[in-house]
Design a protein around this ligand. Structure first.
Ligand code: ARG
Length: 565
């Protein structure tokens, strides 16, 4: 039972279909002040439709709507304020959480449709950047959230494993490389070789030709070139995998750019057939004048294909292979133009499903107000960041709870959780200021704060020896003012998930769990839950409900919830 939806239904009946129930549901608000009710429906947008003053409409509606779930309905100006039947709601919510546990808050509107999520997608032989971290964290949370809404997520790591730079890398490795060094420190070594290549090429332009030559060999399937490329890829992936393991992120596919090498002739042919390819400066492009976009480069003068060509092949492959309901690309906003062009070209080629492709951009990670860059010595190696966060979390534990059993395990959950939460707590378009101290704080809007609230609530249940089976059938007491605030928050979980899914915005869930943690901590400061009383068992059922929702909320962001910390 969804009470917001319930109100929307009743209003829909009362309005005799004048407004779609979906629109009604979207208009329903939650009053900031609970004295104004639990749900509110503003009548402004109906005024035009009905040619009547909004407060009159509110008055009329208030006389028409009735439901056992409402305690009373009040009109304040243009607002219809609905007070829910607290007993009915409280019992329904707590019982649902006790029986559904982690499934609480789920939706089924995804109807099992596949959602491909292009995420993380670092470049081989280059360091994993902050942008790749953000893509990994946001993509993973979106995958978990769409799954909670009934879709089937397919996480694809579109590795940057092809392009002329691999020719240069092979050439540099053949000149100056060392197997052992690369094995010991693949990305650092390969990056150094690549940088050296560029430095040397400034005085020795012949190197550029050599690099191009090696790329040509690679494209033609030369064995030596191919096995070096394969080795660079394997070693780089090993290093990336350590980061993914730290963050508990897994992929359904590692089909990167190279995977599409044999699928591009078809794309070029298709564009030719549709007469979309034109020559421009000896290169083949698709003009996008009507779309007010620059032309999309498909083939260079030397016949080499490009990033965009590979993305066209990938989009078609994903449609054919996964028949997606939605195809998402979690990639920084610097690439917005690229994705606009990609979608425009597919639209021009007549693929209706191109509308189902969504670029999900995000802002930058800043350090002291400046972009964190991986170039020119400013390399911030992500693994170091994660490990430092874990070390700091470990240090906090040593100070606050030196007797904790699994200190290392918990430090990992807290340290990594802190980095993830810091990334997800604001709308993804915002730039983020990177600060480990800020991330790891136990107060304020942080991962550790939510985890700590969960651990605290779990310890209450442990101390009381509470078991789900011992929950009373009827929990609500008329004296439950403080409790009602918590219950009313628990009621909103599913709406937060829905908003997060529809807007591809995990911050909706992050904000929700911070709010729930705050409301719960306030409750716990005011009500002595552990004191013996007739209400104790009912109150513990409420505490248990909070633990379930906090844990599930954290899980949807890709963060673990230690029972103790
Ligand atoms: N490897 C690219 C980069 O690091 C990101 C790839 C994004 N995905 C895609 N299908 N283009 O910038």
């Amino acid at each position: 039972m969804n009470f917001k939806k319930g109100l929307a239904e009743v209003l829909y009946q009362a309005l005799e279909g004048e407004l779609a129930s979906q629109n009604i549901e979207q208009l329903i608000e939650k009053p900031k002040n609970q004295d104004h009710g639990d749900l509110a429906f503003p009548c402004f947008s109906l005024a035009k439709l009905k040619r009547k003053a909004p407060n009159l409409i509110a008055q009329e509606l208030s006389e028409k709507i009735q439901s056992p779930t409402f305690e009373k309905v009040e009109v304040v100006g243009a607002y219809l304020n609905v007070f829910l039947n607290k007993k009915l709601v409280a019992e329904h919510i707590i019982n649902s959480i006790i029986t559904e546990k982690g499934k609480y808050g789920a939706h089924d509107f995804g109807q099992g449709g596949n959602v491909t999520i292009d995420m993380s997608s670092p470049n081989i032989a280059k360091p994993f950047s902050m942008g790749h971290l953000r893509s990994t964290v946001i993509g993973n949370a979106i995958a978990l959230i769409v799954e909670k809404c009934g879709y089937k997520p397919i996480k694809i790591n579109h590795l940057g494993d092809w392009g002329t730079q691999f020719g240069k890398l092979i050439s540099a490795y053949k000149r100056w490389g060392d197997v052992e060094k690369v094995k010991a420190n693949p990305i650092k070594e390969l990056l150094a070789l690549y940088i050296k290549f560029h430095a040397e090429a400034e005085t020795n332009p012949a190197l550029e030709d050599e690099g191009r030559g090696w790329f040509k060999k690679l494209e033609d399937g030369d064995q030596e070139a191919h096995s070096l490329w394969q080795w660079f890829r394997d070693e780089s992936l090993k290093e990336f995998s350590r980061i993914y393991q730290l963050m508990n992120v897994e992929f359904d596919s590692y089909a990167g750019e190279a995977f599409y090498n044999d699928k591009m002739d078809r794309v070029v042919q298709l564009l030719e057939e549709k007469q979309l390819l034109v020559e421009s400066d000896q290169a083949q492009v698709v003009e996008l004048t009507e779309e007010e976009l620059p032309p999309c480069l498909i083939k260079k003068s030397d016949g080499a294909t490009l990033y965009a060509t590979r993305d066209l092949a990938a989009a078609i492959y994903r449609k054919e292979n996964y028949d997606f309901a939605q195809s998402l690309y979690v990639v920084g906003h610097e690439q917005s133009l690229h994705f606009k062009q990609l979608i425009a070209v597919l639209n021009k080629a007549g693929f209706e499903w191109a509308d189902k492709m969504v670029h999900i951009p995000f802002g930058m990670m800043l350090k002291d107000g400046k972009k964190m860059s991986t170039r020119k010595g400013k390399v911030v190696l992500l693994e170091e960041v994660l490990n430092e966060s874990i070390t700091m979390a470990r240090y906090n534990i040593e100070e606050k709870n030196p007797n904790l059993a699994d200190k290392d395990g918990v430090a990992k959950q807290v340290g990594v959780g802190a980095v993830i939460f810091h990334d997800l707590k604001n709308n993804r378009m915002n730039d983020i200021e990177f600060s480990l101290e800020e991330m790891l704080r136990f107060e304020g809007e942080t991962g550790p704060y939510v985890q700590y609230t969960f651990a605290r609530a779990s310890s209450i249940l442990r101390k009381a020896g509470w078991k789900a089976e011992s929950a009373p059938a009827s929990v609500y007491q008329t004296t439950w003012e403080n409790e009602w605030k918590v219950i009313s928050m628990l009621m909103d979980f599913s709406s937060a998930i829905k908003r997060a899914c529809e807007n591809y915005d995990p911050s909706q869930v992050a904000k929700y769990i911070v709010d729930l943690a705050q409301v719960f901590n306030k409750y716990y400061a005011e009500v002595k839950v552990l004191e013996q009383s007739e209400e104790q068992s009912a109150r513990l059922a409420l505490v248990y409900s909070v633990t379930v929702v906090l844990k599930e909320g954290l899980r949807l962001l890709g963060i673990e919830a230690p029972e103790e910390m």
